[in-house]
Design a protein around this ligand. Structure first.
Ligand SMILES: *Cc1c(COP(=O)(O)O)cnc(C)c1O
Ligand SMILES: [Zn+2]
Length: 378
């Protein structure tokens, strides 16, 4: 299995990272859109695995929902790619399904990941379904009750002492295949978010907006665009990447015109799934935004929460705060004139909001049965 560096073109047979420091990925191929994609495996020709079983067969195939009542919010024609419909509620299932299938095809029967969020959940669920062992490394200061969503799939959870940020790198020298946020296999699976939504869309949208943390999903999105271009299937589609302003190292580097992301002292944000102060594929995200004529921007927690409410009460979608960053960003891009009134914009709602505690209801009218008929008559 040869991997390539998209920054300097080097290829290697036996490394996870390039000598230049960048995360490697599978060499670019040519990929076609398909009619009516049903799941990740509709794009099997473009993936490094082809014999899924169990939960792996359920990843992807999520709806692209037109959200007309959100148009007024941002002045655009908005569509939502609803990734909450994946088996464990986030797009991570796309990458996990491809990774577990590929590892098994190589004769491996175990998988590891460094995560205590959606990626851990997704990896543990796929391992449970396919009979693989699963190791999940979490920080040792995490409250045990926060691990329930992961623990229900019964992986081996190790709470590791020391600096958690370094575990990502250290995991690659452990005697087990670790599929972390921007691992090559995960990136391949996560190409399918964009392959699928472009297959579902009639024509080409004016922009795709997705939240970014490590840069693994963004890498998949960009690789999808480049592989479609290589096959002559697509001219271009601008990719806009969003971070929370409290922790936005990639957006900062983008604004400063830099090629390298500098780690920040990340603050707290409601968008906890995208708070990565030292994103391993951050530099690649900068290349992806520039290559596609998109951008990297950040939005405030206040705007994220307002967007999350609007996605619920104007589109009927309960999404994670991380996913709501996309609507806040679309509104900012429209206000700045970067996107034009009436542009077709796809927001990638990366994860379900059903795991977050919902807001307390504001208005509930307590009535008698007798009063009901009078209250409901027009
Ligand atoms: C993991 C995740 C992200 C960020 O994806 P990266 O590949 O780490 O950039 C965004 N939203 C949700 C809901 C996630 O689980
Ligand atoms: Zn390199």
């Amino acid at each position: 299995m040869e991997l390539a560096c998209d920054a300097c073109g080097n290829r290697y047979a036996d490394r996870t990272h390039c000598e230049c420091g960048e995360t490697l990925w599978y060499p670019l191929g040519e990929t076609r859109l398909v009619d009516d994609p049903t799941n990740v495996w509709s794009f099997a020709d473009a993936l490094p695995a082809d014999s899924p079983t169990g939960l792996e067969t359920a990843a992807g195939g999520t709806p692209l929902v037109r959200a007309p009542r959100l148009d007024g919010y941002a002045g655009l024609r908005l569509w939502v790619k609803d990734e909450s419909e994946n088996p464990t509620g986030s797009f991570k299932d796309r990458g996990t399904a491809v990774a577990t299938a590929a590892l098994r095809a190589r004769g491996e029967d175990a998988i590891g990941t460094v995560s205590h969020g959606n990626m851990a959940m997704s990896t543990a669920a796929h391992a449970a379904s396919t009979g693989m062992d699963c190791v999940v490394l979490v920080p040792d200061d995490i409250p045990e009750e926060r691990l329930g969503h992961v623990a229900r799939y019964d992986p081996d959870v190790y709470a590791v002492s020391g600096e958690y940020g370094r575990l990502y790198e250290d995991s690659f020298s452990l005697p087990l295949s670790f599929v972390n946020s921007d691992s090559p296999l995960r990136v391949e699976g996560q190409k399918t978010t964009v392959l699928e939504l472009l297959s579902q869309f009639d024509g080409t949208p004016d922009a795709i907006v997705l939240p970014v943390s490590s840069g693994g999903h963004a890498s998949g999105a960009w690789k999808a665009v480049r592989e479609l271009r290589a096959a002559g299937e697509l001219d271009n589609v601008p990719l806009y990447f969003v971070q929370a302003a409290a922790c936005d190292p990639i957006a900062r580097a983008y604004r400063a015109g830099e090629d390298d992301v500098t780690p920040v002292d990340g603050g707290e944000t409601v968008a906890y799934s995208i708070a990565n102060a030292d994103p391993p594929s951050g530099n690649r995200v900068l290349r992806a935004a520039r290559d596609t004529d998109g951008a990297v921007l950040s939005v405030s927690d206040e705007d994220i929460l307002a967007a999350q409410r609007a996605l619920a009460d104007r589109a009927g979608l309960a999404v994670e705060a991380a996913s709501a960053t996309t609507l806040a960003a679309a509104e900012a891009l429209s206000a700045d004139g970067e996107l034009d009134e009436g542009d077709d914009v796809v927001l990638v709602a990366t994860g379900t909001g059903f795991r977050e505690s919902p807001p307390t209801p504001e208005e509930i009218a307590y009535v008698t049965r007798e009063e009901l008929s009078g209250l409901l008559s027009p």
